[in-house]
Design a protein around this ligand. Structure first.
Ligand SMILES: NC(=O)c1ccc[n+]([C@@H]2O[C@H](COP(=O)([O-])OP(=O)(O)OC[C@H]3O[C@@H](n4cnc5c(N)ncnc54)[C@H](OP(=O)(O)O)[C@@H]3O)[C@@H](O)[C@H]2O)c1
Length: 343
């Protein structure tokens, strides 16, 4: 059994991790942290876990994290990087759901996250956990940077086009929408029911933190070529889900449907819809699936890709468990095959 610790077990991605890990046949949950709820039974806070998780929250200091095989950090940005070196030295592997190890360049991290990087020496070896691109490196990763939610949907949508070199890379557009759980559980006026319901708005238009992550990932897929990207995220009044609408200019003729179907034919968690269909966020809710459609409106030279994920699953906890499976030699889909819930 894989002994697992979760730092930040009270948040939205934390409880999603607990839901998946409690049902995972190769996992023994060992330590779950919370500073604010230390001492409370986990299933008192989350009755959905009654009978499945027999632990109490402990503070990160008291948690026996060094005795785990892997520790998930479901914490705000800037936490995992402070504890990673000591855990790695103790032989513990790390999966960070925050952004601490996503950007390769510590100066770029500081520019976007406004604090100096606390473990630049680990950045060099950290592996970006987009399995559809990096499966081989993930197998041996000691420090795994789980991709952001928007970056997962946007990169999976552009991936076949960039890899095949059939679009011009200087002017990609990603117009993406997220449900409110993307902002986490912490109380903020902007996330109140009466602030977000029955309304719709963009945010981070001038520059969102996921922009450098997406650009870095796409440039890598493009073999090191620079990628020009306009990324505009939106807040939409639903709880879970990301919908990305992606635009690119074709540079040569290609059968787009065949390109996408071929690229993803062996990827369990990416479903390319038949031509003419469009994906809905509710078709992936609570599952680790990404559903994608590709089309070329009016036969023009602009390709439009639609990609949907559940931000808390393929965009966070589910992808993290997928990465754990790869890192520990388990079947990649283990514990992740439950179907989406509908309605
Ligand atoms: N929400 C999403 O859809 C999503 C998707 C992809 C990635 N992410 C990333 O995943 C991370 C967690 O997001 P979330 O939405 O789950 O956040 P959240 O709901 O706000 O939960 C944060 C968790 O971290 C703990 N925490 C806060 N400060 C801490 C500290 N200094 N030391 C240790 N624990 C601390 C909190 O518990 P205590 O305060 O009780 O300790 C809480 O359990 C973030 O970095 C986020 O950017 C989120």
């Amino acid at each position: 059994m894989i002994k697992v610790g979760v730092v930040g077990g009270t948040g939205y991605t934390g409880v999603e991790l607990l839901r998946l890990l409690a049902a995972h046949p190769a996992v023994k949950l060992t330590a779950i942290t919370s500073r604010s709820e230390a001492g409370l039974r986990v299933d008192d806070m989350f009755p959905s876990l009654r009978g499945r998780v027999d632990l109490r929250f402990v503070t990160p200091q008291e948690a026996a994290l060094e005795s785990c095989d892997v520790v998930f950090f479901a914490t705000p940005n800037g936490i995992a990087m402070q504890q990673a070196a000591a855990l790695v030295a103790a032989g513990v592997r790390i999966i960070d759901l925050a952004a601490d190890f996503r950007l390769r360049d510590p100066a770029e991290w500081e520019q976007w996250y406004k604090i100096p990087h606390a473990a630049p020496e680990l950045l060099a070896e950290a592996v970006y956990g987009l399995a559809e691109v990096n499966r081989e490196q993930i197998k041996t990763a000691r420090v795994l940077a789980n991709p952001g939610c928007y970056p997962t949907a946007v990169q999976l949508g552009f991936l076949p086009l960039v890899e095949a070199g059939v679009i011009t890379l200087d002017h990609l557009i990603a117009d993406a929408k997220s449900g409110v759980s993307g902002a986490g559980k912490k109380a903020e006026v902007g996330n109140l029911y009466s602030e977000v319901t029955d309304s719709f708005k963009a945010y981070g238009v001038a520059g969102h933190r996921h922009l450098p992550e997406i650009r870095q990932g796409l440039a890598r897929i493009a073999g090191g070529k620079a990628v020009g990207l306009t990324f505009v995220p939106h807040l939409t009044p639903m709880i879970r889900g990301i919908h990305a609408t992606l635009y690119a200019r074709l540079s040569r003729e290609v059968d787009l449907q065949e390109l996408f179907e071929t690229r993803y034919q062996n990827e369990y968690f990416v479903d390319v819809l038949p031509a003419g269909r469009v994906p809905e966020t509710r078709s992936v809710r609570a599952s680790n699936m990404c559903r994608i459609a590709v089309c070329r409106p009016q036969g023009d030279d602009t390709v439009v890709v639609l990609a949907v994920i559940d931000n808390l699953v393929k965009g966070a906890a589910g992808q993290a468990v997928q990465n754990m499976n790869i890192m520990f030699g388990e079947e990649e889909t283990l514990g992740l095959t439950a179907l989406p819930v509908s309605p």
